[in-house]
Design a protein. Sequence first.
Length: 273
Amino acid sequence: MPELPEVETVRRSLEQELVGRRFVALRSLGWPKIVNTHSPELFAEAIAQRQIQQVLRRAKYLLIELDNHETLIVHLRMTGQMLVVAADQPADKHTHVVVELDNGRELRFHDPRKFGRWSLVDRSGVDELNQRLGPEPLGDDFTLADFSQRLQRKATKIKPTLLDQSVLAGVGNIYADEALWLAKIHPLRAAKSLNPAEVAALFEAIKTVLRNSIEHRGTTLVNYRDAYGASGENQYHLEAYGRTGEPCRRCGTPIERIVVGQRSTHLCPVCQV
């Protein structure tokens, strides 16, 4: 599933293509369940001739703000891709939503697994999303004091705590592993067992791995692409995730894979304590 850096990269590429444009019409909705707030007919009517004001991100969600104060919230889930392409570019069988733009191009949603979802909501819908999510790890509301308090309230292991979107918004499996490796913290440690120095190290590590991945335009393992169809490059810079059996770049010990909370987890058994 795309995490914060991937969704932010998609957001930036969509922003260049969409802001100031208008949705002319919904050309196709091949899998109606993708839109979970409207019937196909009502959705087509609701977005027709609406101008795009902003393209924002909240955690792993894309928020496309329209000129009538409604917002199209898109969750890519596992395999969703938001692409802006020429109208004459052939669409394959996994292209489930096509929206015509006023410049002759199209916004397309490509999703082989059909898990992605679109929601068209008013301000209350955006507020509801914000209320169930924790702070943005690259935002001003992500402070060391607040992070420390959130961890102290958690008896759960630190790895699943980082994946809890009500604790921290946007971090998933890849970047939890990467941050814990960088901070030298074992993923099976109880969140509330971390001492102040460890909390501070993890606080900085989270921000570092996310910023570095955004700089590398996200991690492409299988499906992730930006709005131009381009892959990310952060997969070439991972320190722990997916490197089972390869030497730790700090100490040379082979990276191990374990399962924590039913999630594949990668760590250095020597560096991370």
